[in-house]
Design a protein around this ligand. Structure first.
Ligand code: APR
Length: 258
């Protein structure tokens, strides 16, 4: 894995694209949150190197809800205490500056919103909530954690006794808000991809849609991705470093005092 410093020329090229874009969006994955202490899935320390991704399928959840929740409870112990990092804050500031119009994320950790991003589409749902698979009632995850920690595993709906499921998208379930995300991508002339292996569909269609409409694709990722071949600029370094430099470059060009 590349721990090398970000290439300054690539940062300048990325800033050029963003400054000249009429409608730019960000598309993010687990790699933007590793610097907040949340492991990604397919990086060198990724979750799928320790566990089989089968555990995140809807079939596994329905057949082994107790084992699923024991795994998820363990994941939530890092997810719940995590704070946004420099990359999340830089994305939020690019939105405030009007450079980025929306963030489409595969992450369920809520860190974009915590950093101040307003227009966020969570394609894979959110772990801040759970939903009853029988009646659809939703519960804040804090309430569900209390149920689990007091021994109710799997946690059950107070209303109908149905099994609760995190309001995240498991493999085998449809993604959320995809039509809105696709519309945004199709009207965009630039996409800033941060921290995704770009290997999970339909989410990874988002940068492809932008490219197909003639837009530019910037990829910030520590390792090569599955879609490097469609990228106009590839910045291979840590998201926190890259986004700090990119934000500085954009602000300089906008004449904003730093
Ligand atoms: N800076 C830049 N890149 C990083 C950093 C970092 N600090 N840390 C990790 N990365 C890179 C990794 O090298 C990896 O290529 O981020 C990428 C993360 O890729 P994945 O782990 O595949 O995460 P993601 O693309 O979000 O996965 C998509 O898969 O299992 C599902 O539902 C889960 O939403 C997730 C989906």
């Amino acid at each position: 894995m590349s721990e090398k410093p970000c290439n300054v020329e690539d940062i300048k090229k990325a800033a050029d694209i963003l400054i000249n874009a009429r409608h730019a969006i960000a598309f993010t994955g687990a790699g933007i949150s590793t610097e907040s202490g949340i492991p990604d899935f397919r990086g060198p320390q990724g979750l799928w190197k320790q566990y089989s991704p089968e555990i995140a399928t809807i079939d596994y959840f329905l057949n082994h809800p107790k084992d699923f929740w024991l795994f998820y409870r363990m994941r939530m112990s890092t997810l719940f205490v995590a704070k946004p990092n420099r990359a999340h804050y830089a994305v939020a500031e690019l939105e405030r500056l009007g450079i980025i119009k929306a963030v489409i994320t595969q992450n369920v950790d809520g860190l974009h919103q915590a950093a101040g991003s307003k227009n966020v589409i969570e394609l894979h749902g959110t772990m801040k909530r759970a939903v009853c698979i029988a009646c659809g009632r939703t519960y804040p995850m804090e309430v569900v954690i209390k149920k689990i920690d007091s021994g109710q595993i799997p946690p059950l709906c107070d209303e109908c006794g149905g099994i609760l499921k995190p309001d995240t998208v498991l493999f085998g379930e449809p993604v959320k808000d995809f039509d809105r995300a696709r519309e945004l991508a199709l009207m965009s002339d630039a996409v800033l991809v941060i921290g995704s292996s770009l290997s999970v569909y339909p989410a990874a269609y988002i940068p492809i849609f932008v490219k197909e409409m003639g837009g530019k694709v910037i990829i910030i990722n520590m390792e090569p991705t599955e879609l490097d071949y469609i990228a106009d600029v590839i910045i291979q370094c840590k998201a926190g470093d890259a986004m700090t430099l990119l934000l500085r470059e954009v602000k300089e060009r906008l004449g904003i005092q730093q």
